[in-house]
Design a protein around this ligand. Structure first.
Ligand code: MLT
Ligand code: MN
Ligand code: ZN
Length: 308
């Protein structure tokens, strides 16, 4: 409806996408050769609008060009050079959430919202803001992570936002890798003041700290970390020595895992997003996918639309 908060999942996969270009894990091989029943997915990003005209990107993935083509609302064609993208919000400085900014370099100065920690990364270790200064320029806006500090985005009327510092990890290139600080990773709580409906978006959520719990409990719709099913998912495949939690992602299974955390929450929709290509739940015929179905938990897919 006209007065609802609109959410479009542009990309539902974790870094690398699904299938990942160099991966022959059972899922990637299977989706490529058609032996596994699963849907390909691009890398992590959503778009949100309160009027269906101006859209805010939450993260800008390396797959943004494909995502723009798949969602015509982002190109309304009102002028020779035009876009419906009014701002970009970043939850962290990871490559899968920031490389798409380069794709937007031909446009007007880009309004980008991020924390001070993310801003430091994007001007120092991974100086994408400094590079963009030579193209469109960046109009950087600060996301506060102090408790009870909200913010609003001019191009997103009627929506109040609040950020909560979540436990994750700093990017692999960061000097704070394995020593993250508050503001390296955030979750975002969005409230539509017209309807009082709420969304909590946290594609990277390494653990559920007491500060995060009220947002999970209050949200009508949850879009949360669906990266890994198993704590040792990449270790058992032999592609990494790191556990899910060490990478900053709470796995779905196991004690204290995401499924346990979601149980008992009142949210009308509980949706996993930022799904890694190794996650067995991507296989629609898997017992893991059946477990999600029976728990009332959904897997986001590219092109998924929500109106809340
Ligand atoms: C993550 O979500 O942990 C990162 O995006 C991993 C990566 O950079 O590939
Ligand atoms: Mn990622
Ligand atoms: Zn794979």
């Amino acid at each position: 409806m006209a007065d609802d908060m609109k959410i479009r999942v542009l990309g539902s996969a974790a870094g690398g996408g699904f299938p990942q270009w160099n991966c022959n894990c059972p899922n990637c091989r299977g989706v490529r050769d058609g032996t596994v029943s699963a849907t390909p997915r691009t890398q992590s990003s959503i778009a949100v609008s309160s009027d269906g005209k101006g859209w805010v990107l939450f993260n800008a993935s390396p797959d943004l060009p494909l995502q723009l083509r798949a969602f015509p609302a982002l190109q309304p064609g009102r002028a020779l050079r035009d876009s419906a993208i009014v701002a970009v919000v970043l939850v962290d400085a990871q490559l899968d959430h920031t490389l798409g900014l380069l794709t937007l370099r031909e446009g007007k100065p880009l309004q980008v919202w991020c924390t001070d920690r993310v801003h430091a990364e994007l001007t120092e270790q991974h100086p994408i803001f400094s590079i963009l200064d030579h193209y469109c320029g960046v109009d950087r806006q600060r996301i506060p992570v102090e408790p009870n500090a909200g913010f609003t985005i001019p191009g997103l009327p009627d929506i109040q936002l609040a950020a909560v510092a979540v436990q994750g990890n700093a990017p692999p290139y960061s000097p704070r890798r394995d020593r993250p600080e508050p503001g390296d990773n955030i979750g975002l709580f969005l409230r539509d003041s017209r309807s009082d409906k709420t969304l909590f978006y946290a594609p990277g959520l390494g653990s559920i700290e007491p500060v995060v719990r009220p947002f999970l409990e209050r949200a009508d719709v949850l879009l949360v970390d669906g990266t890994f099913w198993h704590e040792d998912e990449l270790i058992r495949l032999g592609v990494s020595k790191r556990s899910a939690r060490q990478m900053g992602h709470l796995p779905q299974s196991g004690e204290g895992g995401m499924l346990e955390a979601l149980e008992g929450l009142a949210a009308a929709r509980k949706i996993l997003i930022h799904i890694n290509n190794t996650n067995p739940a991507l296989d629609e015929a898997s017992p893991e996918r059946e477990r999600l179905r029976s728990s009332g938990v959904e897997l986001a897919y590219d092109g998924m639309e929500l109106e809340i």
